[in-house]
Design a protein around this ligand. Structure first.
Ligand code: OGA
Ligand code: MN
Length: 298
């Protein structure tokens, strides 16, 4: 294992905390990593919630082995998007298991297209995920960038009376709410096969268990309503926070190269995929998702 790992060129993130995303070279994720190397990566990741590891030609098994250093792995509730060989691999891909581009009318594609909306992974679970690790395998020539919003910076930029207000609130998150955001899925009976997931509530402000910093907990695709508020009033509040947190000043845009591996902290970020020509171009990404350490708390 090379020990010359160094942090290079932290990305410029327009107008905000430019330490939010950073690129890390000098580590080969296809090899097993020792404890000091893991500790170094973890330390860097606590400073830079979106870490980019370029030029990683890794197999699914190697990706799983790397991810397991951080904790147990989730298995995604959508059966169609799980890899058959390795259920811990979530296929964020417009290509089906038979290696054909998905029909735009298929429920499998319509579900995946919902990654184009802002969200945080697994916010529909009682214990949402800690982190996601995504390996870009095939990248379309245009589009398909991934946006990441810094929810710590967004929280800290709120006026203090708004911070005091949102800190008291809890939000109902529901996997069914994801499906309802797709016009195609709403109109059809065969919505895909998912494990049953009852609604859960989470605080609107959470404290990061390691850094101790507070952030907004936003996952627009699963957020259904604010507890104790009229539906319209709660929606207006959430929409205002989503618009605030997705302002350019809080966002890093990742333009993918094949064999980039990205690791992001779901406890303090949200993300969205930019549209691309999903009918004519393949976009194949494999994700591993790390189980969170417990329910989010403030
Ligand atoms: C994900 C996701 C990001 C991407 O993997 O969780 O939302 O770039 N996709 O495909
Ligand atoms: Mn996601």
């Amino acid at each position: 294992m090379p020990v010359s790992m160094e942090l290079i060129d932290p990305f410029e993130v327009k107008g905000c905390n430019n330490r939010f995303a950073a690129k890390l070279r000098g580590v080969d994720l296809s090899l097993s990593i020792d404890i000091p190397t893991f500790d170094r990566i973890h330390q860097l990741w606590m400073k830079h919630p979106v870490l980019v590891f370029p030029d990683q030609t890794i197999t699914d098994i190697q990706q799983i082995a790397f991810a397991k250093h951080f904790g147990d792995l989730e298995v995604h509730p959508s059966l169609a998007h799980r890899a058959d060989d390795y259920p811990e691999i979530y296929r964020v891909s417009n290509v089906d298991k038979a290696d054909r581009i998905m029909e735009p009318e298929s429920s499998d594609w319509q579900y995946l297209e919902l990654t184009w909306l802002w969200h945080t992974d697994s916010s529909f679970r009682p214990v949402p995920s800690m982190a996601s690790i995504l390996h870009g395998i095939e990248i379309p020539p245009v589009g398909g960038d991934t946006l990441f919003a810094d929810l710590t910076a967004a929280y800290e930029a709120l006026p203090s009376h708004d911070r005091a207000l949102v800190q008291k609130l809890r939000v109902v998150h529901d996997h069914e709410a994801i499906l309802a955001k797709s016009k195609g899925l709403t109109e059809r009976d065969d919505k895909g096969v998912y494990e049953h997931l009852p609604p859960v509530t989470h605080p609107l402000v959470r404290r990061h268990p390691i850094t101790g910093r507070r952030s907004l907990f936003l996952s627009p695709h699963t957020m259904d309503k604010v507890e104790g508020m009229q539906a319209s009033e709660g929606r207006e509040l959430l929409n205002g926070l989503i618009a605030h947190a997705s302002e350019d000043r809080f966002v890093y845009r990742h333009i993918w190269k094949a064999n980039d591996v990205l690791m992001w902290d779901n406890r303090c970020t949200m993300h969205a995929v930019m549209p691309y020509d999903s009918i004519n171009h393949r976009r194949v990404m494999h994700r591993t998702t790390i189980v969170g350490e417990g329910p989010p708390t403030d």
